[in-house]
Design a protein around this ligand. Structure first.
Ligand code: DSN
Length: 428
């Protein structure tokens, strides 16, 4: 028993903490919460229930979470220029499910961005869309723009008359054509859903177009990727009727309780993004582009060169000449560089276990204060492992040494400031 208990504690507290502190994390869907957000995250709210909406709950004793939740929704509206928001979905996928279920009945059609242009599994027949019995129509892909082929997509929308269209997703370097396609979907009486899970923090900082301002009817998102809050989801709207219908679907169809402790941590993150989001988002995009350039100059095949490599937090590289995505990701992991293998536009879905590429995200290294010079170092470390074929264990020592300089989280309230110190004291 003691041994098992020790194992639980040490794997959680020391081993994984050391892993994070001694590696370079380039997983595009992860991030670090700020010290203050983390502190308010660990609270008694994690033991409590508050089914329903603020001030209209099915439980007593919820007055403080009611206030916090309604304040958090208001902060979302302020930061994203939306009229309505609902922070209750516990993940981006649950946010998608709640919106999809309102917009279509089983047997109806939905059009999605091509998987090559980054659709998330929840948009597809293999994921949430399929589970809801909605029929997937995939829009055509244009390899030149690495994006949805707008002209062909308009024709497909006119012919198929889907109930809704989903843009946004998990692996994309350039903004999807929201304005062009919102007219097309509206002309057949449908709605446009934009899944901003990956780019929510970039939108918050003004470094990525806000889909609500370009014709999206609902924006779904995760609160823990480029938006550096706790794990969770959110939906943003301008249309009151759609908001009301989706809210009634979130609870009781897709969640019962909504993990209350994430609400104050999300509110702190929203306040931090209001203060520092612009610098943070611009630094992410500039780091992504610099990393792409540094990798390309070292002989890596970086996608999107003719378009300036990337406008998001992501960089995609083709590592077929380095043994393929599975082998490259493993070798980098041995060197302490953590990322994921990824299908590239030409890969068939069956290549998922050994695809051509690697997906790289720079939002977390940006958050710990890395800038252009550090992107050069990361590119060189990857070059040593994958092109020069140096021993990954030897490179790992260099990674650990390099990583030592980056211990502080940036773009957040300073935990040493008097105001935050007082708050932390109050929190005990
Ligand atoms: N699996 C996440 C990602 O890495 O993009 C999205 O859910």
């Amino acid at each position: 028993m003691d041994e098992l208990l020790d194992k639980v504690v040490s794997l959680t507290v020391s081993s994984n903490r050391d892993r994070v502190l001694n590696t370079i994390n380039l997983i595009a869907s992860e991030n670090l919460m700020s010290p203050l957000a983390l502190r308010v995250y660990i609270s008694d709210f994690m033991h409590r229930y508050a089914e329903g909406k603020p001030f209209k709950r099915y439980y007593q004793g919820t007055y403080y979470i009611d206030e916090l939740e309604s304040m958090t929704n208001e902060l979302f509206n302020k930061l994203f220029n939306s009229r309505y928001s609902d922070v209750r979905p516990v993940s981006g996928t649950i946010a998608n499910a709640s919106v999809f279920r309102v917009l279509a009945e089983p047997g109806d059609k939905a059009a999605i961005a091509p998987v090559q242009a980054g659709a998330h599994v929840s948009h597809t027949k293999f994921g949430t869309l399929g589970a809801l019995g909605i029929i997937q129509v995939e829009l055509p892909y244009d390899p030149e723009s690495m994006n949805v082929d707008v002209d062909k997509a308009v024709k497909v929308i006119e012919e198929e008359e889907p109930r809704f269209l989903v843009l946004g997703g998990s692996v994309y370097l350039f903004p999807h054509p929201v304005e062009d396609l919102s007219n097309a979907i509206k002309s057949v009486g449908g709605k446009l859903v934009y899944d901003a899970a990956h780019v929510l923090g970039l939108i918050a900082g003004g470094a990525w177009p806000n889909p609500l301002e370009r014709g999206a009817d609902a924006v779904t998102g995760s609160t823990h990727k480029t938006f550096p809050g706790p794990q969770g989801g959110v939906v943003l709207f301008n249309d009151k009727d759609l908001y009301k219908r989706v809210s009634k679907t979130i609870f009781p169809w897709f969640i019962s309780n909504h993990h209350l402790h994430r609400i104050p941590a999300t509110a702190v993150t929203l306040l931090e993004m209001m203060e520092y989001g612009r610098d943070y988002a611009n630094a992410i995009v500039s780091n992504a582009r610099r990393l792409a350039e540094e990798l390309a100059s070292r002989g890596f095949k970086v996608l999107g060169e003719h378009l300036g490599y990337t406008r998001s937090h992501q960089v995609l590289i083709d590592v077929r000449s380095q043994g393929g995505g599975a082998k490259a990701a493993k070798l980098l992991e041995e060197a302490g560089i953590i990322l994921n293998k990824n299908l590239l536009p030409w890969d068939p879905p069956s290549a998922v276990q050994d695809p051509s590429g690697l997906r790289i995200g720079v939002q977390e290294v940006t958050r710990i204060g890395m800038k252009g010079g550090e992107m050069e170092v990361i590119a060189e470390l990857m070059h040593k492992v994958l092109i020069k074929r140096e021993d990954p264990k030897k490179v790992r020592r260099e990674v650990e040494e390099f990583r030592k300089e980056y211990r502080r989280i940036h773009y957040c309230f300073d935990p040493r400031s008097r105001q935050v110190e007082t708050l932390l004291d109050l929190l005990g």
